[in-house]
Design a protein around this ligand. Structure first.
Ligand code: ZN
Length: 288
């Protein structure tokens, strides 16, 4: 008899839609904008799949997507999914911006999320860029409890550190953990590099969904069989995963995972909250 398994599955959607093209890529090309528009179609398909499978998801939605597609975003919230921060027009926080500009982006994005969901977000995925000290301070001030933009561990939540020092002539110096959770984000479990065809950036994409199923199912298999506990975070872009063959693959993956005992589909916020409760930072550690 194998030890009891405890696996949390978080299906997360980066609903970039048009913002991902006109923001960071700064394009006005109708062809590329159309690829963003398909994000709405993909989002509808994912909503339907999650309703059929009766599973919750976590949607990182730029404020621009909410303002452009308020109806589908409202229905995402009404279906009980979590909505997290993902920029206003997919901006990365950056040392090139000043604090007032970063605050403005954050406030406008939070306002948009509150307008469709009635709730302020508690988590984020950065739309590119680095998780700088000032940005983390702003997030904590606004009541955020977690980030999902990096993966010091592929299958375990960790606490963010403050005060690392990168010595090049001796060992790396780790700072103190703070009360802010990092949930894994790993390109390996992200649909974009596998599928998105972007010749201009040298990204061929267009991989076979069966091949990607094999990678994602084997990642789950390793977690389930070898580790037995942890969190599996899949990052999906509606404009990318929303194509028919990929949607069928996603459905197959969900059904495959569901056949295993000790597996639960959850939102990222609930996993982060549980981690803080079951692994509280020791007294005396730096806190937020
Ligand atoms: Zn994005």
């Amino acid at each position: 008899m194998s030890a009891e398994k405890k696996i949390d599955i978080c299906l997360t959607m980066d609903f970039d839609a048009i913002a991902g093209w006109i923001g960071p890529r700064n394009t006005r090309s109708p062809n590329l904008v159309a690829r963003g528009e398909f994000g709405e179609v993909g989002a509808e398909r994912i909503l339907q799949l999650f309703a059929d499978e009766e599973i919750p998801g976590t949607w990182y939605i730029p404020g621009h997507t909410i303002d452009t597609y308020p109806d589908v975003c409202r229905r995402i919230a009404e279906a009980g999914h979590e909505i997290g921060y993902h920029g206003y027009c997919h901006e990365a926080p950056s040392s090139k911006r000043d604090e007032a500009e970063e605050r403005d982006i954050l406030d406008r994005s939070i306002d948009a999320i509150v307008r469709v969901s009635g709730k302020s977000p508690v988590g984020q995925r950065l739309p590119g860029g680095n998780l700088g000290v000032r940005w983390v301070e702003l997030l904590i001030e606004k009541g955020f409890i977690y980030d999902s933009s990096m993966a010091p561990h592929d299958f375990e939540p960790t606490y963010l550190r403050r005060g690392d020092v990168a010595h090049k002539d001796r060992a790396y110096e780790f700072g103190q953990p703070i009360d802010f959770v990092v949930l894994p984000f790993d390109w390996n479990l992200d649909d974009w590099p596998y599928f998105t065809h972007e010749p201009a950036t040298g990204r061929p994409g267009l991989r076979s969904p069966n091949e990607v199923f094999e990678i994602w199912a084997d990642e789950f298999k390793y977690l389930y069989e070898k580790l037995g506990k942890g969190v599996y975070v899949l990052c999906l872009h509606p404009q990318c995963i929303g194509k028919g063959s990929r949607m069928l693959m996603l459905e197959r993956l969900i059904q495959h995972i569901k056949q295993h005992e000790g597996v639960r589909f959850r939102t990222m916020a609930s996993v982060a909250e549980e981690f803080r409760k079951t692994n509280p930072l020791e007294a005396g550690s730096a806190s937020a």
